[in-house]
Write a protein that binds this ligand. Structure first.
Ligand code: SAM
Length: 226
């Protein structure tokens, strides 16, 4: 079997040829972030299987093509301030940090990521630090459906858990010219929704179908539905 780097290159090449990765910046970020570093040790050998994998506490790291599609839809720019709701393993946050904080030394953006399960937040902090993203990503424990009012506005907001509707505080905390991506729908199937804020008006468009674990919180699902 090839080493992780070669496996990563092959997956990225495959996703590109299938049209799942559209931009150069997303391809470059996926090539740089070691997905194996965000998995529990016993699952590392499956790091480049393009499928969600369990990370404990009933949660998952998203499939690689899903991270690629969401990153392309979000279209982050170097220097952007990003809010992620649903840190999970920290992998998606690292991919975003590659683009906003690492790709242009003159424009240092930052990723704020909110996770409701304290143990997972700690897991992600450790993984991010060990993979070298400790200064580029701040992991906060809390209900991400409320956003992070103290750090707003954000140029980009990404929700990586399924929500019945886009939480209103996240739209409020979006900067003018900003963009939000979230999987919206019922518990078992959703569609990506891409929201843009321009000159005070909001536009919405729909992307691909997807299946995420539920967003549990004030503007998400009730904890009983977990
Ligand atoms: N982005 C993650 C990654 O790269 O590994 C995958 C996210 S996982 C599919 C969804 C995460 O959202 C879980 O870790 C879950 O605990 C978290 N979550 C659910 N409801 C939340 C809420 N209200 N606020 C913050 N995190 C939440």
């Amino acid at each position: 079997m090839q080493g992780f780097e070669e496996q990563r290159r092959l997956v990225v090449e495959g996703l590109r040829s299938l049209g799942y990765i559209r931009s150069e910046k997303t391809a470059r970020a996926l090539l740089r972030v070691p997905r194996e570093a965000f998995l529990p040790p016993q699952l590392r050998e499956y790091a480049y299987y393009d499928t969600p994998l369990p990370i404990g506490y009933g949660q998952t790291i998203s499939a690689i093509h899903m991270v690629a599609i969401m990153t392309d839809e979000l279209d982050p720019e170097p220097g952007d301030k990003v809010l992620e709701v649903g840190t999970g393993s920290g992998y998606q946050a690292a991919v975003l940090a590659e683009i906003v904080a690492r790709s242009d030394p003159g424009r240092k953006g930052h990723v704020y990521s909110v996770e409701r399960i304290p143990e997972l937040a700690e897991y992600a902090r450790t993984r991010l630090r060990e993979a070298g993203y400790g200064d580029d990503v701040t992991v906060v424990v809390g209900d991400g459906t409320l956003g992070l009012p103290g750090e707003a506005p954000f140029n980009r907001v990404i929700v990586t858990a399924a929500t019945p509707a886009v939480p209103p505080p996240l739209i409020d905390q979006l900067a003018d010219g900003g963009r939000l991506v979230a999987p919206v729908g019922d518990r078992f199937s959703q569609r990506l929704v891409i929201v843009e804020k321009k000159g005070g008006s909001i536009t919405k468009r729909y992307g691909m179908e997807c299946v995420f674990v539920p967003l549990i919180g004030r503007y998400g699902w009730h904890p009983d539905s977990e």
